[in-house]
Design a protein around this ligand. Structure first.
Ligand SMILES: Nc1nc2c(ncn2[C@@H]2O[C@H](COP(=O)(O)OP(=O)(O)OP(=O)(O)O)[C@@H](O)[C@H]2O)c(=O)[nH]1
Ligand SMILES: [Mg+2]
Length: 700
C-alpha cells in the first residue's frame, strides 16, 4: 500500500437516513476507483463495508465501515456509517474522524429523519458538507423537487453543482456546472461514460444554474464578490478557491447526483471530492489539553512536522481479533512506534500500521497527519483515547454519547451461557459505545441498555452468532422500595423450648420513619444490662435482614430508624440467633402498626420532538403520571423536560417513535424516589401477592 501525504488525503463520512444508499455508494466508489473487481451490492451481501454477517442478513449497516479508494493521486478514506435510528449515533462518532460530511439523500424520499440528524451532527463538528442525491434512476423522482425540499428542510445554502440528464428509468448522465461538460453513461451498470458538450436542450438551464452557482460562491466572501462585480464572473481558479472557502464557512453546500445502483455519476462525484472537499491540512487543527492538567490547552494541526498524535474513534473486535481505528491528527507515524496512551498513562507499541478495506487489513509503512489507519493487538487502548508522542503528550476530548434510551433485562438460557456472558459482553461493550450493561443491585437483574429496541435485539443476535451465548430479553423489573409513616414501640420476643437447650431473645424497640433518603439507623439506648452488649448487634442484624422483604409488596424497607430501648435475656438459652430472630419479630410487629408506603424511582426525562408533535408528547407524558417541568424551543423542535416514574417509561421508546414518525428522541436519568399513589400501589401489591414475593421465610 502506498503512503499518502496530508495534502493527498480526503476523509469523507457517508452519512444519511437508512436506505438512502450509503453502503451502495461506497461500493460504487470502490469499484470506480478500482479497489474491487465488481460492483458490490447490498442486496446480495457483496459490499465491502457491510461485511458483518448480521449486517448482510438484515441488509442494513449496523456500524461504521471503513474503506478507501485512490482517485487522481488522492486517497479517499470512506466512513460508511449506519443511518437507521437505532445505530445512527455511530455516524456521529465517525464524523469526528471525517473532514467532510457527504450527506446521501434518496431522490424519492428527500429529507428524512436521519438526514436531519446527521446534518446536526455535521454542524456540531463544524464539518463542510456535500449532498449526494442518490437513486436518480428510481420512479417518481424529481430533481428540482428534491432540491426544493433540501433547501427548505435542510439548509437554504444548498446549491446544485450538477444537473441530471434524463430522469427515472431514463436517467443516464449528468451535466457538471463547474466544468460545463456532460457525461453520458452506458446503461449496463459498468460505470463507463463518454464526455460530451452539454446537450442542446439543456444549455439554457445549465447556463442559468451555473450563474446561480457562481453568484452564491462569490457572495460568500468579500474578495470574491469584488472580483465578481469587476469581471462579471469568476475565473476557474477563483471559482475553485471560492468553493473551498464557501464550503468551510457553510455558505455553500454543493449538491451532486447520481445512482449508486446503476453506477452513474460516481466518477464526477469523486472528481468533486478531490477538488472541493478539504484536505486535512486545510482544516483547522484539533484542540487538545495536557493529560496532566485539563486547563492547559494544547492545539495540534494536521501537519506532518508536528509531534505525533492520534484519536481512536472506533474499536472492532470479535473472539480473536481487536482492531483499533484512529485518525492521525498530527505528525507522521511509522511502524513499530512506541507511543503514549494519554488517557491511561501507558505505552503502546504500534507494531504494524494497517489500512482497512472493509474487513481486510493491509500493511502500510507510514501514516501521515490526517490519515485514518488501524492497528491490532493493543493492550489498553479503548475508543475515545488519544495516542501520542510521549515527549509531547496531548489528550483530545472523546465524543460523548447520550444515555441509552431503552433497557431490557437479560437472562442467560443455560448455565453454560451464563458462564460465557460477561466475557462476551465485555467485547461488545468495547466496540459499541451506545451500549450499557449493568447489574441492578436491588432487582439483581442484568440489564442491557441501548439506543433502540433494534439495537438491543441485534446485540442479542451478536451474542448468539459471534460468541455462542443464548439469552432471552424481558422487561426489567422496577426497583421499588418501601417505607412507612409514624412512630411505634414494639416488642420482639423469641422463645423456643424443645427439650435440651432452648432459645430465648427479647427486645423492645421504637421504630421511627426518617425523611426520604434517610436510609437506616440503629440506635442503642439500653443503659445497663437488660440485653448483654454482645447480643445487641444481632438484633440490628435481624431487623436489617427482615427489612429486605418489606411487608407491603416484598420490596426493601428503607428510611427508618430503630431505637433499642429495653429487652431481656436468659443466661443459658440466649444466643445470637435468638436475638436475631427477636429483631425480626420486632420488625414484623412494627410493620403491622404503621402506615406502609411504596416508593418508586422517578426519572428526569428530556424529550426532543418536532414542534408539531409537542402537544401529543406532553399529553402522553401526562398519562404516564409525568410532571412537566419546562419546555424550550430549539430550532424546529421542542425540548420537554419532565419527571416521570420509571415504571411508566419502560414502554416509551416505541410510543415516542410512533407519535413522531421516528423524529423524536429522549434521554433519561435517575432523579429520586417518590411515593406511589394509592391506586397504583394496590395494583403492585396485588401483583406481589400473586407472584408469591411476599412469602417470608422463617429461619430457625
Ligand atoms: N433504485 C436504486 N436503488 C438503490 C440505489 N442505491 C441503493 N439502492 C438500494 O437501496 C437499498 C438501501 O441501500 P443501502 O446502500 O444499504 O443504504 P444505506 O444508506 O447504506 O442504509 P443503512 O445502512 O441502513 O443506513 C438497497 O436495496 C439498495 O439496493 C440507487 O441508486 N437506485
Ligand atoms: Mg449502509
Amino acid at each position: 500500500m502506498r503512503v499518502f501525504s496530508t495534502a493527498h488525503l480526503r476523509n469523507v463520512g457517508l452519512v444519511g437516513h437508512s436506505h438512502a444508499g450509503k453502503t451502495s455508494l461506497a461500493a460504487a466508489i470502490l469499484f470506480a476507483a478500482g479497489a474491487t473487481p465488481r460492483l458490490g451490492r447490498v442486496d446480495d451481501g457483496s459490499t465491502v463495508t457491510d461485511f458483518d454477517e448480521i449486517a448482510v442478513s438484515h441488509k442494513l449497516s449496523i456500524q461504521t465501515g471503513l474503506a478507501y479508494g485512490e482517485w487522481r493521486d488522492c486517497k479517499i478514506n470512506l466512513l460508511d456509517t449506519p443511518g437507521s435510528n437505532a445505530f445512527i449515533l455511530d455516524s456521529r462518532a465517525a464524523l469526528r474522524a471525517a473532514d467532510t460530511a457527504l450527506i446521501v439523500v434518496d431522490a424519492h424520499s428527500g429529507v428524512e429523519v436521519g438526514t436531519e440528524k446527521v446534518w446536526n451532527y455535521a454542524q456540531e463538528f463544524n464539518l463542510p458538507c456535500m449532498v449526494f442525491i442518490n437513486k436518480m434512476d428510481k420512479e417518481q423522482t424529481d430533481f428540482e423537487e428534491c432540491l426544493a425540499i433540501l433547501n427548505e428542510r435542510l439548509d437554504p445554502h444548498v446549491v446544485p453543482f450538477q444537473l441530471p440528464i434524463g430522469s427515472e428509468k431514463n436517467f443516464r448522465g449528468i451535466v457538471d456546472l463547474v466544468t460545463q461538460r456532460a457525461f453520458i453513461y452506458s446503461s449496463d451498470g459498468s460505470g463507463k461514460f463518454t464526455e460530451t458538450d452539454i446537450p442542446e436542450d439543456m444549455r439554457a438551464a445549465a447556463a442559468s444554474a451555473r450563474e446561480t452557482l457562481v453568484e452564491r460562491v462569490a457572495e460568500s466572501d468579500d474578495r470574491s464578490l469584488e472580483k465578481f462585480f469587476e469581471q462579471g464572473t469568476l475565473t476557474d481558479a477563483e471559482l475553485l478557491d471560492g468553493i473551498h472557502y464557501a464550503m468551510t464557512t457553510h455558505a455553500v453546500v454543493p449538491v451532486f447526483l447520481g445512482s449508486a445502483m446503476q453506477n452513474i455519476g460516481i466518477a464526477q462525484l469523486l472528481d468533486a471530492v478531490v477538488a472541493y472537499a478539504p484536505d486535512p491540512a486545510h482544516v483547522h487543527g484539533w484542540v487538545g489539553t495536557s493529560p496532566s492538567d485539563p486547563d492547559v490547552v494544547s492545539p495540534r494541526h494536521f501537519k506532518e512536522d508536528e509531534p505525533f498524535s492520534a484519536y481512536v474513534f472506533k474499536t472492532l473486535n470479535d473472539q480473536f481479533n481487536r482492531i483499533t481505528l484512529f485518525k492521525v491528527v498530527s505528525g507522521v507515524l511509522k511502524s513499530d512506534a512506541l507511543v503514549l496512551n494519554a488517557n491511561r498513562g501507558t505505552l503502546e507499541k504500534l507494531a504494524a500500521i494497517q489500512v482497512l478495506q472493509g474487513k481486510q487489513l493491509d500493511k502500510v509503512a507510514e501514516a501521515h497527519a490526517g490519515d485514518i489507519v488501524a492497528v491490532t493487538k493493543l493492550k489498553d487502548t479503548q475508543t475515545g483515547d488519544t495516542l501520542c508522542d510521549k515527549a509531547s503528550p496531548v489528550k483530545f476530548s472523546p465524543v460523548a454519547f447520550p444515555e441509552p434510551a431503552i433497557s431490557f433485562a437479560i437472562d442467560p438460557k443455560s448455565r453454560a451461557d451464563e458462564d460465557k456472558l460477561s466475557a462476551a459482553m465485555a467485547k461488545l461493550l468495547e466496540q459499541d459505545q451506545m451500549l450499557r450493561y449493568t447489574r441492578d443491585g436491588q432487582t439483581k437483574e442484568f440489564v442491557l441498555s441501548g439506543s433502540g429496541q433494534q439495537h438491543v435485539e441485534i446485540t442479542v443476535e451478536k451474542l448468539k452468532k459471534k460468541f455462542g451465548v443464548d439469552v432471552v430479553l424481558h422487561q426489567p423489573k422496577v426497583a421499588y422500595l418501601e417505607t412507612f409513616k409514624g412512630r411505634v414501640e414494639v416488642q420482639g420476643r423469641h422463645k423456643k423450648q424443645t427439650g435440651g437447650r432452648g432459645q430465648f431473645g427479647d427486645c423492645k424497640c421504637v421504630f421511627d420513619a426518617l425523611p426520604h433518603g434517610g436510609g437506616f439507623k440503629f440506635i442503642d439506648r439500653i443503659f445497663g444490662g437488660a440485653v448483654p452488649q454482645n447480643f445487641r448487634p444481632a438484633i440490628e442484624k435481624g431487623i436489617i435482614e427482615a427489612a429486605q422483604t418489606g411487608a407491603l409488596a416484598g420490596y426493601p424497607m428503607v428510611d427508618f430508624q430503630v431505637e433499642l430501648t429495653d429487652g431481656s435475656y436468659h443466661t443459658v438459652d440466649s444466643d445470637e440467633l435468638s436475638f436475631k430472630l427477636a429483631g425480626r419479630k420486632a420488625f414484623r410487629a412494627a410493620m403491622e402498626k404503621v402506615k406502609l408506603i411504596l416508593l418508586e424511582p422517578v426519572m428526569h426525562v428530556e424529550v426532543v420532538v418536532p414542534n408539531e408533535c409537542s402537544g401529543d408528547a406532553m399529553g402522553d407524558l401526562n398519562t404516564r403520571r409525568g410532571r412537566i417541568e419546562g419546555i424550550e424551543a430549539k430550532g424546529a423542535s421542542q425540548i420537554i423536560k419532565a419527571r416521570v416514574p420509571l415504571a411508566e417509561m419502560l414502554t416509551y421508546a416505541p410510543k415516542l417513535n410512533s407519535m413522531t414518525s421516528a423524529r423524536g428522541s429522549y434521554t433519561m436519568e435517575f432523579s429520586h424516589y417518590d411515593e406511589v399513589p394509592g391506586n397504583v400501589t394496590q395494583k403492585i401489591v396485588a401483583e406481589a401477592q400473586a407472584s408469591g414475593r411476599l412469602r417470608v421465610t422463617e429461619e430457625v
